[in-house]
Design a binder for this molecule. Sequence first.
Ligand SMILES: NC(=O)c1ccc[n+]([C@@H]2O[C@H](COP(=O)([O-])OP(=O)(O)OC[C@H]3O[C@@H](n4cnc5c(N)ncnc54)[C@H](O)[C@@H]3O)[C@@H](O)[C@H]2O)c1
Length: 385
Amino acid sequence: MKEVRIALIGTGVISGQHMERYESLAHVTVVAACDIDEKKLTAFGEKYGVKDLYTDYRELLKRDDLDAVDVCLHNNLHVPMAIEVMKAGKHCYCEKPMAGSYADAKLLYDTAKKLGKELAIHLDWLFTSQSRYASRMIQKGQLGKVYHARSVGYRRLGRPGLDMPEPYFSRNFISGKWAGHGALYDMGVYRISQLLYVLGVPKLERVSGMTYQELPMNPVLLGENKMEVEELGVGLAKYENGLSLDIIESWAINMDDLGSCMVAGSKGGLRFCDDGNLTYFSYDGEQLLDTDLRVEDNHHMERLAHPELAYDDNDQANWAAFLAGELKERYDTPWLALQTMLVSEGIFLSGKLGREVTAEEIGALSVSNAVREQETPWGTFSYDF
Ligand SMILES: NC(=O)c1ccc[n+]([C@@H]2O[C@H](COP(=O)([O-])OP(=O)(O)OC[C@H]3O[C@@H](n4cnc5c(N)ncnc54)[C@H](O)[C@@H]3O)[C@@H](O)[C@H]2O)c1
């Protein structure tokens, strides 16, 4: 298989997972890495045996032996850096959320198309037996008319960078400047994108919602920092053909279990169990039927029976196999990520305006909050986009 040569920008917490996935792909070589934090960069280089290390991404992007670059920076640097990468002629893999605002995400999506580069966004939960099987059942009509879905994410107390402290989660998660938003961007993106995927990426019509930051903060854990993003986001979105999606995503709430994600149809409904399996519920007019679909438990058997799923285990594998020419099609993660940004931004905007907003309004009113100038120990980086 054709070798794919990749560099990583950002060697913080999540870069380790990306690196380990690339190490498991025989045709991928990670040839270089970059971070403005020299200590983290050196530790990363030593741990993974990456020798070419850069503190200035502009030097890294001058290389002509890279096929692609993986951007593991915080949210509001995704768009500036991903655009730099693609302008330098490289394909780009980028962490989630796609951006800090819908306007920025749209710019990134359009720029990738314009430059003809293969952009991928880290939406891990599409690459599960649960997503594959639910999508197949809906496509085959086994749920009948699908009319409602629910996206639920629950943490009792887990605001990353605050109650879930450094070094596991950086302070950037609670910073307006670097993260843009909180719970909906951090964990909501996984669930919302998974549901939009299994629902066939429906067209959004209207959204209403609210965000909250109500729970006390431990002053010792907070220190000098400010919690500038939501810890709870709730919304109700209306899609084409009468489909509705309600969303609740909590980093912190005074409540126990909030339930799980689900899709309800006229012939049957699916619960997305936390262990990766599904439960199917139906009623035939006389009897109620509940069935456990052990799709996650059966994952290894599914892989053996379907060798074509070799590149469906995670999104890096899928994207890299596409770059190597092994796959003719790949998951359209940029489009799904953009649609996820659209509904999330609808919740923020609706909360701000105190009313329901249309998809057109979200597009028209969304403003960029991406970082344009960044002070670093190596001088000021100016992003031109
Ligand atoms: N931490 C997690 O568990 C996790 C999980 C999934 C996704 N993510 C996503 O990954 C992204 C990064 O999160 P993280 O936890 O790895 O953050 P992190 O703060 O640990 O890592 C980010 C790294 O980027 C570096 N950096 C900043 N600007 C740079 C620049 N211009 N050039 C080079 N390096 C630069 C920082 O020095 C830092 O080492 C976020 O968008 C987050 O949503 C994180």
